[in-house]
Every structure is written in C-alpha cells, then in structure tokens.
Design a protein around this ligand. Structure first.
Ligand SMILES: NC(=O)C1=CN([C@@H]2O[C@H](COP(=O)(O)OP(=O)(O)OC[C@H]3O[C@@H](n4cnc5c(N)ncnc54)[C@H](O)[C@@H]3O)[C@@H](O)[C@H]2O)C=CC1
Ligand SMILES: O=C(CO)COP(=O)(O)O
Length: 332
C-alpha cells in the first residue's frame, strides 16, 4: 500500500490528509506543535486549523519528522511558501531516496523569486521528475465537507503524477494529471494576489461587474507571466488557473480575499491579518515577488502592482483604483 507523509498540519495539510485517508491511503502527519499532533492522533480532529471535521481513525500525527517520513513513497509538503525552504532543510536527510515530493504551497519565494518546485529542488537536491505540485480550486473547509471539487497534479514524470492521483482520488475529490508544473505554480501563486484585489473591491462595496472584470484582467496578467516563464496557456485556462482564481476571488472562505476585504473597508494591515484567521494570506508576500518576477521578464501586471503598492508602499486604495483606471485605453 502507498504510504504518504503529510508534513504540515495547517488547514490544507489537514484537509488533504482527510482526502488521502478517505481514498484508502496510509497517511501520517507531521505537526509542529505537540498538542496538535496529540489531538489529531487521540481525538481524530484538528480543532486548531480545521474545527468541526473528524479525521479517519487511521490518521496519526507526530512531531518527529523521521517517524512521519519512514517508508513513505509520497511526501506532501503542506507548509507556507515562505517557510518551505527552512522546513525542508530540516527534513531533507530523512526523506526516502526515491519518494515523490508533492508541494501544496501556493507562492513565490521572497528574495530568490523561486517557485516552490525550484525551492524543493535547490534544498533537497531531488531531480525535477521527483517533484510534483497539486493546485486547483480547493478551499480546505469545502474539501473537508466532501463538497465535490477537482484539482491538478503536475509532474514531468507522468507515472509519478498518476501515483499521486491514485493516492488521493475519492468520490468527491477528482484529481487530473498534467505535465505543466510551471503553469500550475504560476496560477496558484498569482491568484492569491488577484484575490486580495477582489477582496479590496468587495470591501469598498463594489459589485459583480467589478469583481468579474478584475478576475478576467487578472487572468490576462497571470497568463502573460506564465507564458513568459514557460507555462502552457491551456493550463492557465484550466483548474489550476481560472478555476482556482474564480474560487479564491469569490469565496469568503479565502484568507487572501478576506485580507483584501478588510483593507477595502478602510481597515489596517494588522486588522486584515486577523481576518485571515491567524493563517497565511500568501498573496501579501507573493505580490512583491510576483511583481519582481514580472519586471525581470518585462511583463505588465497592473493589478499585482496595485496590490503591492497598497500592501507595502502605503498607497491608498482609492489612489490605486485611479492608477488602474487611468491606464491608457487599448485593445483587449
Ligand atoms: N487552506 C487552503 O484552503 C489551501 C491552502 N493552500 C496552500 O497550502 C499551503 C499551506 O496552507 P495552509 O495549510 O492553509 O496554511 P496554515 O496557515 O493553515 O498552516 C500552515 C502549517 O504550516 C506549519 N508551519 C511549519 N513551519 C512554519 C513556520 N515557520 N511558520 C508558519 N507555519 C509553519 C504550521 O504549523 C501549520 O501547520 C499554503 O501555501 C496555501 O497557499 C492550497 C490550497 C488550499
Ligand atoms: O488556495 C486556496 C484555494 O484553492 C485557498 O485560498 P486562501 O489561501 O486565500 O485561503
């Protein structure tokens, strides 16, 4: 039987563990805090990140990475994008030599501007064909409630993508394979930034025309960047692109959208952080790295630029809107 280690017991790590276990896969979690690991193992729930959802009794958790990683053929990296490098450096020597490394993180690393699969390759030394990413419209609480959803598992080695697909396919969670790792990662990282922009608009009381316009123009700028980095446009028109973008930009469950909503209502960055329920709103840091990437590839990303200026340069939201609408009019 496939044995999977899920490293990270936050909301998505926990919900994805539930999916794996309900698919009949043997899964062990690593949690940072002892009380989280103990509660998962003994009470079959993670009330710290995913209150109200029972986990199958087969799921156990530990704070010892060696125990979680022993004999695993798939290692799921379920920590925030800005801490993945540091976390993986501590785990890399305990990872079985031929295991597939599956990233759940959606972000671009600050400073290095690396995608998560690149961080994994750099830190672990694993060959690119051992590195996979999972990305799609997968809000953790909806998946935990077994609401039907689809996702994409991207890996350059199709046999590994299929092995991950089999390990997590259930009656409500439908994974598709894809070979376009870059497209999936660009879609996942950039949609968080556009979700902050949509949250700002909704917080200012703007309606569906505005949000739909931002989602669509957001997709245009994400696709421009993705193609410049080597992604296939079809990937960005699929689940890991438009699918995830729509879910995150529209859902009050999204931490990135919730973060933006508070800013749009006139709240401070601190208040916005609280609205993300103490969990990561990845777009806050990724907006700066995505903007830097776009500059180095000479790709225009006006919505990303506006979110960066609001979050990190103190620009007022009204001024940012003026900047966006004051741009030269042009063909679509
Ligand atoms: N929550 C969701 O609905 C989804 C999240 N994602 C992505 O999955 C990744 C993980 O997200 P979540 O599980 O939701 O995050 P979270 O904020 O709920 O949990 C993060 C987990 O990482 C652990 N961790 C380890 N080292 C850490 C450190 N130095 N600082 C902070 N946390 C540390 C925390 O203890 C916690 O268990 C993110 O990149 C996110 O964008 C992707 C799809 C859905
Ligand atoms: O990635 C997600 C849904 O696919 C979760 O979005 P948030 O990180 O904004 O909550």
């Amino acid at each position: 039987m496939t044995k999977v280690a899920v490293l990270g017991a936050g909301s998505w790590g926990t919900a994805f563990t539930k999916v794996l276990a309900e698919a009949g896969t043997d899964v062990t979690m690593w949690a940072r805090r002892g009380e989280v690991a103990d509660t998962i193992t003994n009470e079959h729930e993670n009330p710290f990140y995913l209150r109200g959802f029972g986990l199958p009794a087969t799921v156990t958790a530990t704070t010892d990475p060696l125990v979680a990683l022993a004999d695993s053929s798939i290692v799921v990296l379920a920590v925030p994008s800005q801490t993945l490098r540091q976390n993986l450096a501590e785990w890399k020597d305990s990872i079985p030599k031929d295991a597939t490394l599956l990233s759940l993180a959606k972000g671009v690393e600050s400073g290095t501007l690396l995608r998560m699969s690149q961080v994994i390759a750099a830190v672990s030394g694993a060959e690119p064909e051992r590195i996979a990413v999972l990305s799609g419209p997968n809000l953790a609480r909806e998946i935990a409630a077994r609401q039907p959803a689809a996702t994409v598992i991207a890996c350059s080695d199709s046999a590994r993508a299929i092995a991950v697909q089999k390990a997590c396919a259930t009656k409500y969670f439908r994974p598709y394979t894809n070979s376009d790792v870059i497209g999936c990662e660009v879609g996942g990282a950039c949609k968080n930034v556009i979700a902050i922009a949509c949250g700002i608009a909704s917080g200012m009381g703007m309606g569906d025309n505005t949000i739909a316009s931002m989602i669509t123009r957001g997709l245009a700028e994400i696709t421009r960047l993705g193609v410049a980095l080597g992604a296939k446009p079809a990937t960005l028109a699929g689940l890991a692109g438009v699918g995830d973008l729509v879910a995150t930009c529209m859902s009050p469950l999204s931490r990135n959208r919730s973060f933006g909503h508070v800013l749009g209502e006139g709240g401070s960055m601190e208040r916005a952080q609280k609205a993300a329920h103490g969990q990561v709103a990845e777009g806050v840091k990724s907006c700066t790295s995505v903007r830097a990437l776009s500059e180095s590839y000479d790709v225009e990303m006006p919505l990303t630029e506006a979110v960066h200026r609001i979050c990190h340069e103190g620009m007022e939201v009204e001024e940012a809107i003026g900047m966006l609408l004051g741009r030269r009019i042009k063909p679509e």
